[in-house]
Design a protein around this ligand. Structure first.
Ligand SMILES: Cc1cc2nc3c(=O)[nH]c(=O)nc-3n(C[C@H](O)[C@H](O)[C@H](O)COP(=O)(O)OP(=O)(O)OC[C@H]3O[C@@H](n4cnc5c(N)ncnc54)[C@H](O)[C@@H]3O)c2cc1C
Length: 461
């Protein structure tokens, strides 16, 4: 069995959806009663599911307004179901934005483009390139819709880049009453501050105007480095690269650094994503050598230590996203930048000191501060720490062990990733919490868009 850096990073993404349908241990998926013709919905990891009364996909804002008036409540918008939290499940109506996609308007002078909210990030790459534009930054994958991504403040890495929500310069919202509202920095500015990160709680976003940039080519480099060296140098890597992030491989003492920098170099062939072995090798090492952390560390380290750097060049929208075939559940917290490396060290000491059961690499990223009301990056330069758990395993014991450390260091959870915070916790973490609640109440006084999860989050249960 071989183990390579590519295995660990790229393959860490790639055992396919064998189990998209299997409930997690301890998480009973709803079963269809006999004769019931409802169609089950479930998210990407299989950890969230429901049996909605209706599943609809309007093709226009008018059709959408009709659905909002007549369909069973609560109504929840869905993108591609890549959120791990229970943002989407409902007994009422699941509303897909799939048919509201593509380019609507392009402004070549300001480098802005208005697109349908159901557009997938991956589809935007070629569409924008044909218009001389490109997204400013991208997250790890490109399967999500733009509407779903901004609802949870989806982000990539890079100290000079905010989340995707910060690239939004205007958007159109259809509210519970069927009204269509355009908002931007000057028109309906309060709604704009709330709607750029809204958890889908204000209404259905139909169009989004994005600030873009010119198409560009990126050199991506991946390298291996001991944990202590990474702790020393991470801040300087963050300052000197366009994008920098790293993974820590638990029980190895080793990190994988990744940088992205703009380049004019020619495009190089991408090393093939051949692989399910890497992450499964880490799993096998955990399964068979879990009793001996030192032997496990020795084996992983010895296979990683001498690996040469992996470098390739491509167009930005092709190089940023990876394939994530190995299904997992995830918790990610966004911490004040000055606390984040110390938090990571503490998590490592706790997990490895107590020989906790896990094998997925942890991801550490940099995100610029913004001023969007419910953005987890609001008002502070941030670093994100993400912990993953194989989809077949119960994530709760691991996440319960790590979450207090992330919270102690001032972390705010990613809205789309698992956490246990409730309204009290959020109101302390978000200075604009009450302003957001006021806008939500005025746009949706009867709770058309409130499912059980949102009621808990907003303290309305
Ligand atoms: C493999 C994987 C990799 C990921 N990588 C990253 C990453 O690199 N960075 C990161 O930050 N996150 C990442 N995520 C999380 C993901 O980006 C977010 O959870 C995102 O919100 C998912 O988008 P979606 O289109 O699947 O939306 P869904 O998960 O379907 O919905 C998310 C929310 O958006 C709302 N919504 C969707 N469309 C609309 C609309 N048109 N109007 C109003 N509300 C709407 C929904 O109601 C819901 O509240 C990843 C997730 C997975 C599974």
């Amino acid at each position: 069995m071989t183990l390579s850096r590519r295995d660990l990073l790229i393959r860490a993404s790639a055992v396919t959806a064998l189990a998209a349908g299997r409930p997690l241990p301890g998480f009973a998926a709803p079963e269809l009663p006999p004769g019931n013709r409802r169609i089950k919905w479930q998210n990407w990891s299989g950890g969230q599911s429901c049996l909605p009364a209706a599943r609809l996909a309007p093709a226009s804002a008018d059709e959408l307004a009709g659905i909002l008036a007549s369909s069973p409540k609560p109504i929840r918008a869905v993108g591609t179901g890549h959120s791990f939290t229970a943002l989407v499940p409902t007994d009422g109506t699941i509303l897909s934005l799939d048919r509201l996609n593509g380019l609507i308007e392009v402004n070549h002078d300001t480098l802005e483009a208005t697109v349908g909210a159901g557009s997938k990030l991956g589809d935007l790459g070629p569409l924008l390139e044909a218009e001389g534009q490109a997204l400013i930054n991208m997250p790890d994958i490109n399967r999500q819709t733009l509407g779903g991504s901004i609802a949870t403040s989806t982000h990539g890495t890079g100290e000079t880049f905010g989340s995707l929500s910060t690239f939004v310069t205007g958007l159109e919202l259809v509210t519970a009453s069927g009204d269509t509202i355009w908002c931007d920095a000057t028109q309906n500015a309060d709604i704009f501050n709330a709607a750029r990160v809204s958890l889908g709680s204000l209404g259905i976003i139909t169009k989004i105007r994005l600030k873009n940039r010119e198409p560009h080519r990126i050199n991506k480099r991946t390298w291996v480095m001991p944990f202590e060296d990474m702790m020393e140098e991470a801040e300087s890597f963050a300052k000197t690269n366009r994008n920098f992030e790293f993974y820590y491989i638990p029980f190895s003492g080793m990190c994988l650094g990744i940088s992205h920098n703009e380049t004019d170099e020619p495009i190089t062939p991408r090393t093939s994503d051949d692989d399910d072995d890497g992450v499964m090798t880490l799993k096998a090492l955990a399964d068979y050598l879990g009793w001996s952390p030192s032997l496990r560390e020795y084996l992983i380290k010895s296979q990683l230590e001498d690996l040469p750097d992996d470098v390739f060049v491509d167009t930005s929208w092709k190089i940023y996203p990876s394939e994530r075939g190995v299904r997992f559940n995830e918790m990610e917290y966004h911490l004040p930048r000055e606390n984040a490396l110390a938090a990571l060290r503490e998590i490592r000491e706790h997990v490895e000191g107590n020989n906790l059961d896990l094998f997925f690499p942890w991801e550490f990223r940099y995100v610029k501060s913004d001023n969007i009301w419910l953005s987890p990056f609001q008002g502070r330069e941030s670093c994100s720490i993400a912990i993953h758990r194989f989809y077949e395993e119960d994530y709760r014991p691991l996440f319960a062990a790590v979450e207090p450390i992330l919270q102690k260091h001032g972390g705010r959870p990613h809205w789309g990733k698992l956490h246990t915070l409730k309204a009290d916790g959020f109101s302390n973490l978000y200075p604009h919490w009450n302003e957001f609640l006021d806008v939500r109440q005025s746009l949706d006084p009867t709770g058309t868009f409130l499912n059980d999860h949102l009621k808990e989050v907003f303290g309305l249960a």
